[in-house]
Design a binder for this molecule. Sequence first.
Ligand SMILES: Cc1ncc(COP(=O)(O)O)c(C=O)c1O
Length: 340
Amino acid sequence: MGGSVKMVEETLKLAYGENSDLIKDKRIAAVQALSGTGACRLFADFQKRFSPDSQIYIPVPTWSNHHNIWRDAHVPQRTFHYYHPETKGLDFASLMDDIKNAPNGSFFLLHACAHNPTGVDPTEEQWKEISYQMKVKGHFAFFDMAYQGFASGDPERDAKSIRIFLEDGHLIGCAQSYAKNMGLYGQRIGCLSVVCEDEKQAVAVKSQLQQLARPMYSNPPVHGALIVSTILVSRKIHDLEYYSAIIGSLFSQGMADRIIGMRTTLRENLEKLGSPLSWEHITKQIGMFCYSGMTPEQVDRLTNEFHIYMTRNGRISMAGVTTGNVGYLANAIHEVTKSA
Ligand SMILES: Cc1ncc(COP(=O)(O)O)c(C=O)c1O
């Protein structure tokens, strides 16, 4: 039920660090999960079973499936401030207030990097303050890390938020996914981990996670897990050129750089067109999405008049923006926003 031991072992090193003491001390309970969604769901069910009266604090906005996952696990939901529509950045002050005002020992869902849908991540300093305050309050942080390596192109850098919490001695939970960074969406390969007090507790928690998995889906898939473990083990053979090439594309360095480049080009195009609005947030945000700030009505116009498609909250999938269409996109955005 726990899936590939090798894959889980290598996956933990990505999140917790190659030389993590937590791994050495066997303090992490971890199982292969059905990608990021399955990892979140397994955790939500675990939370309900072992902390039946608890709630989950979810950022506003968030990946919409988070709401469905915790709803179906019958965990009551609360929200915390995250995005500031006017600055199109982080509403840090309100976020900190919400952490302070939540009852001690609350569960908080955090996006480890490349927040979906906003592309707005706290800075390192802000993560430190969040971690500190959450420690003071005894909150439990559950990190959803669906885009490790996809934000900066460097998986280590993208795990910084988690590492800060670990340095502060938090016992965290973490959902990892290979859907985006390894392009394995259809294989449903991921991992759920929970940091425990000691090895004995980790053995018990892992056993309980497996018991939850058994009636739900029994076993996770083998094929994708073999792909992941083969690649992750091979990545340590640095002297082989062949593997270096794989590694170059592995954690989406090329993809991350391309997206960052498209952000710059889109912004430059809008500025060249003489847009009266500020588009600074396009290049400030990170990851696969750009939370453009366009209204549902403006998005409808893009769809109906220009055949450009995005979610009605104005979220652009930057992966779909190319050198071939960025000019057309900028023109269309300018058309629908210039009189705003
Ligand atoms: C924040 C977040 N969590 C989890 C997921 C789920 O990813 P997976 O395809 O691995 O289930 C996504 C994917 O869209 C996501 O954006």
